[in-house]
Design a protein around this ligand. Structure first.
Ligand SMILES: Nc1ncnc2c1ncn2[C@@H]1O[C@H](COP(=O)(O)OP(=O)(O)OP(=O)(O)O)[C@@H](O)[C@H]1O
Ligand SMILES: [Mg+2]
Length: 143
């Protein structure tokens, strides 16, 4: 799908946010600067978060527990081994929450989970392109 500008990212983020349930994963793939954090911010804003959304490149996981559903926003870029996710306590962060994951492959990937919405972003002539692959649980939710 075409995401020609930042307004399109906000819109797309809002549509995703409206369907989210605890336990879901929004897996954001794509190279450096393709808009993963931009889309994560759009989702968080649409859920009602009106503060800062720091890029979690250094903290790896940021929690947004005040939202409904609660969200854990992770950037796994710096993980060298998927086994490290256990030390991060990812399971605790995910308990009852939605996980928005940048660089999901660095954490072993989430595509096998039925609640995973996979989105791969790439730079296009006009803005960005997104390839969206919904997990089994997402199919019934699509309008
Ligand atoms: N659809 C779009 N059209 C035009 N510019 C965009 C679009 N989406 C994001 N951008 C711009 O692309 C730049 C990089 O975005 P962002 O930081 O979200 O990328 P990222 O994938 O998270 O990068 P990184 O891999 O470094 O974390 C930002 O300046 C952002 O404003
Ligand atoms: Mg980013």
């Amino acid at each position: 799908m075409k995401l020609p500008d930042l307004a399109a990212m906000e819109d797309f983020g809002a549509r995703i946010a409206a369907c989210l349930r605890p336990g879901d994963v929004v897996a954001l793939s794509g190279g450096l600067g393709t808009g993963k954090t931009t889309l994560a911010r759009a989702i968080l804003r649409s859920l009602g978060h009106d503060g800062e959304v720091p890029s979690p490149t250094f903290t790896i996981i940021e929690s947004y527990d005040h939202l409904d559903p609660p969200v854990a926003h992770a950037d796994f870029y710096r993980l060298e081994d998927p086994a490290e996710v256990e030390q991060l306590g990812l399971d605790d962060y995910r308990d009852g929450a939605v996980l928005i994951a940048e660089w999901p492959d660095h954490a072993g990937g989430f595509a096998h989970e039925p609640g995973c919405l996979q989105i791969t972003l790439e730079i296009a002539q006009e803005g960005r392109l997104a390839v969206v692959t919904p997990g089994k649980d997402w199919l019934e939710r699509l309008p």
